[in-house]
Design a protein around this ligand. Structure first.
Ligand SMILES: Nc1ncnc2c1ncn2[C@@H]1O[C@H](COP(=O)(O)OP(=O)(O)OP(=O)(O)O)[C@@H](O)[C@H]1O
Ligand SMILES: [Mg+2]
Length: 348
C-alpha cells in the first residue's frame, strides 16, 4: 500500500501548527523511519497515517484513495507501541489471535493464523505461555504478530524498542527488518535513535520544527545532509560547528571558492579531521593545539583548540603532545558550509 500526504497540516491549538504542510510519499513495501528529537511530531505523523488523528488541512491518500476521514479500522492498520499493550492474563496464542476473535473468526482459523504468525516472529515455542512470563524482546515479537493478525495494509510502530536494553534493541531492529522483508508490508517506524533508523530503513524522514527536514535514503542523510540540523542529528560523533569568520584569514577560504561568502557557519564531522593532507582533504589546513586526548575501547577522541573554540576529532592515530601545535586538515566529505537559515550550501 502506498501512503501519500498532500499538504497536511495539524494544529492542536489554533495559533500554532504542530505539523505544517507535509508532502511525502511512502512507496508500497517500503520501511520508512520517522526520526527526530522529542516533540518533533513523529507520533503525530504516525497517528495521522493510522487515522487516530484527523488533519486540520490536507489529504491522506492510500494508493490514491482519499482516506482522510476514515478511522483506523477502515484503513486496515496494524499498530505496535512502546509498551506492547498485550493482555497480561492471556496466553501468547490468545494475544495474537485476539483481534481475530473480535472480528468473529472461527476458533480453528484464528488459532491456525496465530500459529503461523508466531512462527514468523519466532515465538512458536512459547504459544501456551502467559505473556508476562516472556522477556521484553519476546513480548515485542508477540505485539508485532498481533498487529499483523488481520493482515493489515500498513504496519505502524511507535518507538517499539525503547523499553529494551541496548543489545536486545539491536537484535530486535534486525528482526523487525526481517519480518518486514518477509511480509513485504509497508511499514512506518518511529524512533529518536538515529543509528536505529539508519540501520533498518529504506528511507528516513527527519522531522523537526513542524516540518520534514529531509526525507531520503539513510546514507544520503549522512553524506549530503540538507541542513545543519540533519548534519548534527545524524552520525555517531558530534558535528563541530563554528562561525565562518574564523576562516576569513586562512588560505582555506580561497580554496573554498565563491560559495564561502554565502556561508555563516562551518560544520565539520569529528571523524573527518585528519593530520595529513591527501586528495580527500582540502589542501589548506588550520593550526590547532591539542587540549586533551582519551581512548574508550576502539574510539579515541581528541579535543583541539582552534582560535578559542574547541574541535572534537575521533579516530586519529598519530601521537603528539598536549599543547603541541599541529596543522589539521578537513576531509571534504565531512565538511559543510551552512547559510544563515542553516541550509547546506553543498560544496561539491
Ligand atoms: N493531543 C495533543 N494535544 C496537544 N498537543 C499535543 C498533543 N499531542 C502532541 N502534542 C504536541 O505536539 C508536538 C509533537 O508531539 P509528538 O508526540 O508528535 O512528538 P514526538 O516526535 O512523537 O515526540 P517523542 O519523541 O517525545 O514521542 C509536541 O509539542 C506535543 O506537545
Ligand atoms: Mg512520540
Amino acid at each position: 500500500m502506498q501512503v501519500r500526504f498532500s499538504h497536511i497540516s495539524l494544529a492542536f491549538t489554533p495559533d500554532k501548527d504542530t505539523l505544517h504542510d507535509l508532502n511525502f510519499t511512502i512507496n508500497d513495501g517500503e520501511l520508512v523511519c520517522l526520526l527526530g528529537p522529542s516533540g518533533g511530531g513523529k507520533s503525530t505523523t504516525l497517528n495521522l497515517i493510522s487515522g487516530l488523528l484527523v488533519p486540520t488541512k490536507g489529504k491522506v491518500l492510500f494508493d490514491n484513495q482519499d482516506v482522510t476521514k476514515m478511522g483506523p479500522s477502515e484503513r486496515k492498520i496494524g499498530m505496535v507501541f512502546q509498551n506492547y499493550s498485550l493482555y497480561p492474563h492471556l496466553t501468547v496464542e490468545n494475544n495474537i489471535a485476539f483481534p481475530l476473535k473480535i472480528a468473529h473468526w472461527k476458533k480453528a482459523d484464528r488459532l491456525a493464523r496465530a500459529a503461523k504468525l508466531a512462527k514468523l516472529v519466532h515465538v512458536e515455542d512459547q504459544l501456551q505461555k502467559n505473556v508476562n512470563e516472556l522477556s521484553g524482546g519476546q513480548q515485542q515479537r508477540v505485539a508485532i504478530a498481533r498487529a499483523l493478525a488481520k493482515d493489515p495494509n500498513i504496519l505502524l510502530l511507535d518507538e517499539p524498542l525503547s523499553n529494551l536494553d541496548a543489545r536486545l534493541r539491536m537484535e530486535m531492529r534486525e528482526e523487525i527488518r526481517r519480518i518486514q522483508q518477509e511480509t513485504k508490508i509497508t511499514t512506518v517506524f518511529v524512533t529518536h535513535d538515529q543509528s536505529e533508523a539508519m540501520h533498518i530503513s529504506d528511507s528516513v524522514m527527519v522531522l523537526h520544527n513542524a516540518q520534514i527536514q529531509q526525507y531520503s535514503k539513510p546514507n544520503e542523510l549522512y553524506d549530503h545532509p540538507a541542513n545543519q540540523f540533519v548534519a548534527s542529528f545524524i552520525g555517531d560523533n558530534p558535528l563541530n560547528t563554528f562561525d565562518r569568520s574564523l576562516l576569513d584569514d586562512t588560505e582555506l577560504k580561497e580554496e573554498l571558492g565563491e560559495v564561502y561568502d554565502k556561508a555563516t557557519t562551518v560544520g565539520v564531522r569529528a571523524e573527518n579531521i585528519v593530520l595529513t593532507k591527501s586528495e580527500d582533504t582540502y589542501q589548506h589546513g588550520v593550526r590547532c593545539k591539542l587540549l586533551k586526548s582519551h581512548r574508550y575501547g576502539l574510539i579515541s577522541t581528541r579535543l583541539y583548540s582552534f582560535k578559542g573554540i574547541e574541535l572534537d576529532a575521533t579516530g586519529l592515530t598519530e601521537i603528539h603532545d598536549i599543547n603541541e601545535e599541529v596543522e589539521i586538515y578537513f576531509q571534504k566529505r565531512g565538511f559543510f558550509l551552512f547559510d544563515a537559515s542553516g541550509n547546506n550550501l553543498f560544496l561539491e
